[in-house]
Ligand binder design. Structure first.
Ligand code: Q46
Ligand code: ZN
Ligand code: ZN
Length: 313
């Protein structure tokens, strides 16, 4: 077996990225991830060094790796962890909060924690029972609560931008699902950068061009401790099916995932799925009379309606 050699220094490489035709040793890999992240931040004009960045962290590898990289790049950051109240038996939420807390404490970084049960009176699985009478997975409710809470926290605490750690696998799977159903509205919302608009915070995804394998390798080589378990509700989701399919394709055609996503972004530049149009459409947003967050319903926002149902039992 031939030893892989680092393309930069000729030492033994620890990772090979076939889609980039690149192999790197530990030091050069860690450096590469940081340099590339900075390049993406500039390329998509995400934020600058004077802006306050709120990083959504789950206690998992992607989000802690992202926070680590932004911290090393000297951006002013704080983390936000949302305790969802998931899987009390295995303490999934408690443990992931612990990882996020330890990460922040080791680096002396501020971490804002929102506990869904304390904030809304019920955990995500309990709220999901109310909305779908327990028939389906809690992911829809979870997504709604997370989006709402992240946006509100970013706005109320005066952050300029909200950063999430979506990676290429997440983005390609989401894109695949949206193309499969020709969900044009979602396609027009998918972007590495969404500007601030009508009560919505600016949202950015600085890791959107790294694969899950690459972010995992960064966390591992950097020695970041993170929760390895997946959320138990992720099992069997459509997103995971799409990821598996795309991984098969990637195996046969290295670079397929990246081409799929970059091709989509290029199509947008060529005038398809224009982001501006949704921004225009969103002009009819009204503040929710209960929580003040923007909504298109003209009355209570979806989360406040859900909470009202939950209170009514
Ligand atoms: S945390 Fe929430 Fe995910 Fe768990 S309940 Fe579903 S959406 S799977 S990213
Ligand atoms: Zn090297
Ligand atoms: Zn509301």
């Amino acid at each position: 077996m031939t030893t892989m050699i680092c393309n930069t220094c000729g030492q033994k490489a620890v990772i090979r990225m076939r889609q980039h035709r690149l192999a790197l040793c530990k030091d050069h890999y860690l450096e590469w991830i940081i340099d590339q992240t900075q390049r993406f931040i500039e390329k998509y004009d995400m934020f600058n060094r004077r802006e306050q960045v709120l990083v959504a962290v789950s206690g998992g590898k992607d989000s802690l790796a992202l926070w680590d990289v932004l911290w090393r790049l000297s951006y002013p950051t704080a983390g936000m962890y949302i305790h969802l109240g998931i899987a009390r038996e295995t303490e999934y939420s408690d443990l992931s909060e612990q990882y996020a807390r330890e990460f922040a404490a080791e680096r002396g970084l501020p971490l804002h924690i929102v506990n869904v049960e304390e904030e809304f009176g019920q955990t995500i699985p309990e709220l999901a029972q109310v909305s779908r009478r327990g028939r389906s997975k809690p992911c829809a409710v979870c997504g709604l609560v997370k989006r709402h809470t992240m946006n509100r926290t970013a706005r109320e605490l005066g952050f300029d931008v909200l950063a999430t750690a979506h990676n290429l696998d997440d983005e390609a799977a989401f894109l695949f699902g949206n193309v499969l159903g020709w969900n044009i509205r979602q396609l027009r919302r998918q972007a590495p950068y969404l500007p601030e608009k009508d009560g919505f915070a600016r949202k950015v995804k600085p890791f959107c061009r790294f694969t899950e394998r690459e972010t995992a390798a960064y966390a591992l080589l950097r020695g970041i401790e993170y929760i390895e378990d997946e959320c138990p509700h992720a099992v069997g989701s459509k997103q995971i099916e799409y990821k598996n399919l795309l991984n098969q394709l990637e195996e046969a055609q290295p670079g397929a995932k990246l081409r799929f996503m970059l091709g989509f972004l290029q199509a947008r530049e060529d005038g398809f799925f224009p982001l501006e149009e949704i921004v225009e459409e969103d002009l009819d947003l009204q503040p929710c009379p209960s929580c003040g967050q923007p909504t298109t319903t003209g009355g209570l926002c979806s989360l406040c309606r859900l909470l009202e149902n939950a209170r009514a039992g």
